[in-house]
Design a protein around this ligand. Structure first.
Ligand SMILES: *Cc1c(COP(=O)(O)O)cnc(C)c1O
Length: 479
């Protein structure tokens, strides 16, 4: 063996062989477990195999394995632990300490607690999902939220589908299949998860006609591109990026005026779709759905789970004539909204009848408009709970940080927040990150300049004790 190899491997070759031979057989371990574990046989076997294989790999790669690690007691304990992990649901709660409010990877918007009852009832009881209680005849699931959406947005009619990408696809498929859609080059956006406006348009069979330059598009650019094949002028809200400097976008009202002269449709994909003017709460102005409807855009689409703060859904509002045609498109059936979503969506939409209530009750809006003092109090509470016990393992401080809106909304906005900052003394920052991420209740924060940041904007008041316990556990300290 070369010097470099023997250095890497902590176990000499003969000892390795010896250890490998001491690994028990799967059947033997299964016998040990007969009265110890109550779980489906298939899963027990799987856990035993995985655990024995891990031991084998550890020995082969020279990681430290003792004879005692192969004892009956130790192996039973390892298998039990793995089995518990294998029995736990894959889809689970995490604690979002990233400070990103609409975190696409962590489930985007979270629902108000008041939606809980509606969700449970929708799932565990029969409902009037497609049954008109007034006439006793078959009804339509869309009708359950249509009036609400019209009241809130000022639109004549509305329809909801699975998500906003589906909404865009459905509108284009209904009105622009095999025809041309004019869109500004500066608005051909890619949203996370490689959703690209041009690609969705291609799927619908619409032909994309790009006009203008990347940074500037004029009304005359749209005008020059109109011909007999044109079906629609499309405006896409540049949700997740911001153009600065020498730029020009054509206003929706100008497009409406131009379309009117040529008998074309105007569609706007708002992306986030806000129902309240968030600039009143200290955030940057985002166009509201009401404003867009008011200038005369024929059809507007937006997401349910971005700034709206509801469940994943695609909302389509607009002129009655237009929405009726979309409703009768067969594709609709494939993109339809499910009953859980509908129940949650109605609960959230009803909160918008009063904007002050919406900002308090809808978690996404509450988190976005929370004052730094609120996050400061949370940070102090968490810090107080862990500081003394963890003193020898980790430096803990409370600092000012900046959190993000996320979900492709308000990309340059940095919201002042407060964080608990961890600098571990007994391990690397990456080891700490991994330990928190792989905990049974995972905690997801962020690493910044070799510090671990727990941004308190997205951590609930009721989650502070949980995070404190998890930190004790991860550092192996008694609370
Ligand atoms: C987010 C977004 C979409 C996609 O919405 P989903 O609800 O995620 O399908 C489409 N267009 C724009 C402009 C967006 O910001």
């Amino acid at each position: 063996m070369k010097a470099s190899e023997s250095k890497k491997s902590k176990i000499a070759a003969p000892a390795k062989q010896n250890l490998l031979r001491s690994i028990p057989q799967v059947d033997e371990v299964l016998q040990w477990l007969t009265d110890v574990i109550d779980a489906p046989m298939f899963l027990i076997k799987q856990s035993v195999r995985e655990e024995l294989e891990l031991l084998r790999q550890n020995i082969l790669s020279g990681r430290k394995v003792n004879k005692s690690d192969l004892s009956r007691k130790k192996i039973i304990a390892r298998v039990q632990k793995r089995l518990l992990r294998n029995l736990a649901p894959n889809f689970k709660r995490v604690i979002n300490a990233t400070g990103v409010v609409i975190h696409t990877n962590l489930g985007r918007s979270i629902l108000p607690f008041s939606a809980r009852e509606a969700l449970v009832e929708a799932g565990t009881r029969y409902s009037n999902l497609e049954f008109d209680l007034a006439t006793g005849k078959r009804g339509s699931r869309y009708s359950l939220v249509e009036k609400l959406l019209c009241d809130l947005t000022g639109a004549e009619a509305a329809l909801v589908v699975n998500n906003n990408a589906a909404a865009v696809l459905l509108v284009l498929d209904t009105f622009a299949k095999g025809r041309e859609v004019i869109v500004s080059r500066g608005q051909l956006v890619e949203i996370g998860g490689s959703f690209r406006i041009p690609d969705v348009m291609a799927k619908s069979g619409a032909k994309l006609v790009e006009v203008g330059a990347t940074n500037r598009t004029h009304l005359r650019d749209y005008e020059g591109a109109i011909n007999e094949e044109t079906a629609m002028l499309l405006k896409v809200h540049a949700s997740n990026f911001k153009m600065v400097g020498f730029t020009k976008e054509v206003l929706a009202e100008e497009l409406v005026e131009l379309a009117g002269r040529s008998d074309l449709l105007v569609m706007e994909d708002l992306g986030s779709g806000c129902l309240i003017d968030i600039s009143k709460y200290g955030l940057k102005k985002e166009p509201t759905v009401q404003e867009t409807v008011k200038v005369g855009v024929d059809v507007v689409t937006f997401s349910g789970d971005k700034l709206l703060g509801g469940p994943q859904a695609g909302l389509i509002v607009g002129k009655r004539k237009i929405i009726d045609r979309i409703k009768s498109n067969q594709l609709n059936r494939a993109l339809r909204i499910d009953k859980f979503t509908l129940a949650a969506l109605e609960t959230v939409l009803r909160l918008y009848y009063d904007h002050e209530t919406a900002v308090i009750e809808i978690p996404t809006l509450a988190m976005l408009t929370a004052s730094p003092e609120i996050m400061g109090r949370r940070a102090q509470r968490l810090s107080r709970r862990v500081k003394k016990n963890l003193a020898r393992k980790c430096t803990i401080s409370v600092r000012t940080t900046g959190s993000r809106v996320g979900g492709g909304a308000l990309p340059e906005e940095e919201l002042e927040s407060r964080a608990v900052v961890l600098e571990p003394l007994d391990r690397t920052i990456n080891e700490l990150e991994k330990a928190l991420r792989t905990n049974s209740l995972p905690v997801i924060g962020r690493i910044e300049e070799d510090r671990y940041i727990l941004d308190m904007r997205t951590v609930g008041d009721d989650e502070i004790p949980l995070v404190a316990n998890i930190l004790h556990q991860v550092f192996g300290v008694k609370p």
